[in-house]
Design a protein around this ligand. Structure first.
Ligand SMILES: C[S@@+](CC[C@H](N)C(=O)[O-])C[C@H]1O[C@@H](n2cnc3c(N)ncnc32)[C@H](O)[C@@H]1O
Length: 271
């Protein structure tokens, strides 16, 4: 039986808005990763955990009118938004389905390309999803992953508010059995699941003043604020104080904000 759905970041309208902006911000590196996969016209592609948009349009362009793309997400509201996006962009070769990445019920060994971005860092037991994705690839097909690792995420000068919020966030992740450092482990998971010809590309950014992702850590805290209080990890007043302090620090143009370390990993299922 599949375990209950535990997804870290919530499913609010604010989170949907954040994900839409993220699509544009990550478009360059997503194109690069998909180029490495050498997707052929006519291919059958899948994006798992596509959210309201994901890379469905980029996959659609690459597989062309003779190919097809499936987007899958466990959040019904994101699925509805992704369907609206597909209709608006007239992506006639894309279908969006509601489903669970851990047990998709999609046909085995039927996709030439499977893509998954920023899903594994937000769920427990990511190996379960990787095994499912590998089973969906046809022999010779390629799996591409873009995953985060909290190793580098931080600011300078250091901020006691960041450090305390990070400790609270880590405690929350630990309780949910979510691996905040899964990025570095993705290559190993793909290899253990049977993929070969594995490649790894690390990606890191700094977020200058005014950049939308400068406040991504605070956005995550806001997404789960209610749960942090409900689960006794922090008091409402403490969170108010810490988030105000951190916002002030991030508003200072002299504060440097360093992104997560992202791991782009791709590999092939043996023919
Ligand atoms: C951080 S968002 C990333 C969205 C998209 N991949 C992107 O990069 O723009 C993670 C997505 O994974 C989805 N998700 C989480 N757990 C899932 C599961 N078990 N099955 C399918 N989708 C899941 C969430 O609903 C959310 O849309």
């Amino acid at each position: 039986m599949t375990e209950p759905d535990i997804y870290l970041l919530g499913r609010s309208a604010r989170e949907e808005e954040r994900l839409r902006k993220q699509v544009d911000e990550l478009a360059g590196e997503a194109r690069w990763l998909l180029d490495q996969c050498q997707i052929q016209p006519g291919a059958r592609a899948l994006e798992v955990g596509c959210g309201p948009q994901g890379v469905l349009e980029l996959l659609s362009e690459r597989v062309g009118t003779s190919g097809s793309v499936v987007g899958l997400d466990s959040n019904e509201s994101f699925v509805a938004s992704a369907r609206a996006h597909v209709a608006e962009r007239r992506l006639t070769n894309v279908a969006v389905e509601h489903g669970d990445a851990r047990a998709t019920h999609l046909p085995r060994a039927s996709f030439d390309v499977v893509f998954c971005r920023l899903v594994l860092v937000n769920v427990p037991r990511p190996e379960q999803i990787v095994a499912e994705l590998v089973s969906l690839l046809r022999p010779g097909g390629v799996l591409a992953s873009h995953e985060a690792d909290y190793l580098s995420h931080g600011c300078d000068p250091p901020s006691p508010a960041w450090d305390r919020l990070f400790a609270i966030f880590q405690a929350y992740n630990r309780a949910k059995r979510i691996d905040m450092f899964v990025g570095r482990r993705t290559q190993r998971m793909l290899r253990d699941a049977g993929l070969v010809d594995l490649h790894v590309n690390p990606v890191i950014h700094v977020y200058p003043h005014g950049h939308h992702r400068r406040s991504i850590f605070l956005d995550f805290i806001e997404n789960i604020r209610g749960a942090l209080v409900a689960e006794g990890l922090a008091k409402e007043e403490e969170l108010n104080e810490l988030t105000q302090d951190l916002r002030r620090h991030l508003d200072d143009p002299d504060t440097l904000v360093v992104s997560h370390l992202f791991f782009q990993v791709w590999g092939r299922k043996p023919a």
